[in-house]
Design a protein around this ligand. Structure first.
Ligand code: ATP
Ligand code: MG
Length: 332
């Protein structure tokens, strides 16, 4: 176990997880859990960057996000679940790194800029502007090697790598105290939302959740944006600008080419196409939701998993802080 490389990844605790998480990161987490020692971060501090006025709503999300991760097949006996706010080392590392990260680098981070625009922030808080630094602390507290993420995270991964290099240059005396992690993108690094434009996101109101009922999923798919020029079944469609075709690609890959051909030649209508997608999604989500029902009924088990994992993470994190203080020569 100890000799395995490490994965650290996670989700903000701002609500339940959706299909974008599933194809962007969760599938890779499940696939790699046997090969890597895996840490799943329930990022409640990062959730506060946008939800600081309402911290109590994050409490339920911590468990919901853990349950979603467990429901898709992460094995609690193999994977370590970590509640970010319980790990003092993450806060400490954030402070140390923040001393040498230039504010302009944060200001120019394209994901931070896009999210600030999305939330309508014109006067960014210190915590929001600096959350990529905190993310570097998340990744390095356990010396993670690999981080399975969606495309929006790439600028943050680049910053983490820069922070590691800078820290090692400043304080390593020729040694690598911190490890440079790699990002792992999936085949669908940016899964689009039901609105057909932006990334599917928890905070964007354009998501199909892993825990949505069959009926809700059907309604959501019915409202999904398709080729706007296609009005009658016989009109020739363009799957390249249709969100539903992208969903078929990810969740109904065996039928994807056939459906696109039929759409282009006007042989399948949007109603039938959406119905097929609903069925494919249902087949995938049914076992996930059965597992979810189990964990919802055994919430104490989930709490225990998060507590045990956080305890383990604290031991690792405290040792990392000890190492970096020693490197900086600020220990007693
Ligand atoms: P929020 O809107 O609150 O930020 P979110 O939907 O963006 O929530 P996060 O918790 O920020 O979800 O992201 C967790 C992980 O899931 C990240 O690695 C992110 O890149 C990935 N992810 C989220 N949405 C998508 C998506 N639509 N496509 C691919 N990956 C995604
Ligand atoms: Mg996000």
């Amino acid at each position: 176990m100890e000799n395995k490389k490490r994965i650290l990844t996670g989700d903000r605790t701002t609500g339940r997880l959706h299909l974008g998480h599933y194809v962007g990161s969760l599938q890779n987490r499940v696939k790699l859990q046997n090969d890597y020692e895996t840490f799943i971060l329930l990022a409640d501090i990062q959730a506060l960057t946008t939800h600081f006025k309402n911290p109590s709503m994050l409490k339920d999300s911590i468990y919901q996000v853990a349950i979603d991760n467990l429901s898709v097949g992460l094995d609690p006996n193999k994977v370590t679940f970590v509640q970010q706010s319980q790990i003092a080392a993450i806060a400490e590392l954030t402070v140390f790194y923040s001393m040498f990260v230039p504010v302009n680098v944060l200001r120019h981070n394209p994901t931070v800029k896009a999210e600030a625009a999305q939330y309508g922030y014109d006067d960014l808080t210190y915590g929001f502007l600096g959350y990529p630094v905190s993310q570097a602390a998340d990744i390095t507290f356990c010396h993670a090697d690999l981080v399975p993420v969606g495309e929006d995270q790439l600028p943050h991964m680049e910053l983490t790598r820069k922070i590691v290099r800078r820290f090692n240059d400043l304080y390593g005396h020729g040694e690598s105290i911190l490890r440079e992690p790699d990002a792992l993108l999936s085949e669908t690094p940016r899964f689009i939302g039901l609105d057909g434009g932006s990334k599917m996101g928890k905070s964007l109101g354009n998501a199909i959740y892993l825990s949505d009922s069959q009926e809700v999923i059907k309604q959501k798919i019915n409202g999904a944006v398709t080729d706007p020029n296609r009005i009658r079944i016989t009109d020739l469609g363009n799957p390249d600008i249709c969100s539903v075709s992208q969903y078929h690609k990810a969740f109904n890959p065996g039928e994807y080419n056939n459906i696109c051909d039929m759409c282009r030649s006007g042989k399948i209508g949007c109603v039938a196409c959406k119905k097929q997608l609903g069925k494919a999604l249902n087949d995938i989500l049914e076992p996930v939701q059965t597992k979810r029902a189990y964990y919802e009924e055994h919430l104490d088990e989930v709490k225990e998993i998060v507590q045990t994992g956080s305890d383990k993470a604290n031991q690792i994190g405290n040792e990392t802080v000890r190492q970096i203080k020693e490197a900086m020569n600020i220990h007693l």
